[in-house]
Design a protein around this ligand. Structure first.
Ligand code: C5P
Length: 311
């Protein structure tokens, strides 16, 4: 123990401003070229000294609000597994009282669970004084899930491999978005599976590798909202729309309400609508809240930093 009382770490949600999905690999994952952008919607992970490991999940995204069994407060939660993995790596006992205060909706395509796991690695590394090397934390994060390493890095990053190999990229702007969360969560494997079927039966063109992220990277370097709007793309979107046809209406509603562009975030069902500036985002959020197509609407901006102790 390092003798610290409590470590509080904020964990940002992400959107994928580019998601190029290659063929299914032998290990059950798809080769990806993706660009992650961390946005100002956070969960908070608090780690306190404790006997054994305990986990409490609180906040608007927890418990019954999320759906039965969606945020388990036991060893099946990625946060719990993050704690055990770091303890094993560092050769310490997995002892902590963990609390996750959830604002990021669950199973929404915003990588909330992954962000919580990344924040747990950071919080417990500080609480236990384990001082794990950055590369070790990134490796442990990759073991936990494809999106977890990005949770450590934050900002804007290119993801390759299955998404777990992340490298920061230059972005010269800050962009304003409205996140519209529509209906029940979508299962990530189900959405990838639907894309495979659509490619196999010719509903969408088949591919030999993931699409290049260059147009979106150029737009991020340049900082222009119009250029970014034109470059946004997500190969999982047709699959999410096939599973959830209502999302078409949600995307249309975002366009009608004045968004520069709108796309499904990750495997969905969240719709990320890009606004011209902060004021437009607030207006867009108000309009979309009244449109009746989303359960929750949030105005956010990004990039923001990855998991790090608050204060
Ligand atoms: O890595 P993670 O646990 O987040 O992945 C969840 C599921 O999403 C995988 O089991 C797989 O079905 C799908 N997936 C995929 N290709 C990726 C990432 C995830 O097929 N690159």
């Amino acid at each position: 123990m390092s003798g610290r009382d409590a470590v509080v770490v904020r964990a940002p949600a992400k959107i994928n401003v580019h998601l190029g999905v290659g063929p299914l690999r032998a290990d059950g994952f798809h080769a990806l070229t993706t660009v992650y952008l961390a946005v100002s919607l956070h969960d908070t992970v608090t780690a306190r000294p404790g006997e054994g490991l305990s986990l409490r999940v609180t906040g608007e995204g927890a418990g019954a609000a999320a759906g039965p069994g969606l945020v388990p407060a036991d060893r099946t939660n990625l946060v719990w597994r993050a704690a055990e993995l770091l303890a094993e790596h560092a050769g310490v006992r997995a002892e902590a009282d963990l609390e996750v205060a959830k604002s990021i909706p669950v199973a929404a395509g915003l990588a909330g669970g992954s962000a919580d796991a990344a924040a747990t690695l950071v919080a417990l590394d500080a609480l236990w004084g384990t001082r794990a090397a950055r590369e070790d934390l990134l490796r442990l994060a990759a073991e936990l899930g494809s999106d977890v390493p990005f949770g450590l890095v934050g900002g804007v990053a290119l993801g390759t491999g299955r998404g777990e190999q992340v490298s920061p990229v230059l972005a010269t702007g800050r962009w304003h978005w409205v996140l519209g969360i529509a209906g029940e969560g979508l299962s990530t494997p189900a959405v990838y599976g639907e894309l495979d079927r659509m490619r196999a039966d010719g509903r969408v063109p088949d591919v030999t590798g993931p699409r290049s992220a260059e147009p979106v990277l150029a737009a991020l370097r340049g900082g222009s909202t119009a250029e970014l709007a034109a470059a946004l793309s997500n190969d999982l979107q047709p699959a999410a729309l096939a599973l959830r046809p209502d999302l078409r209406r949600a995307l249309r509603a975002a366009g009608d309400a004045g968004a520069r562009a709108a796309l499904v975030s990750g495997s969905g069902p969240t719709v990320a609508a890009l606004a011209d500036d902060e004021q437009s985002a607030v207006r867009l959020a108000a309009e979309l809240a009244g449109a009746g197509v989303f359960r929750t609407v949030r105005a956010v901006s990004g990039p923001v930093p990855g998991a790090r102790p608050a204060g």
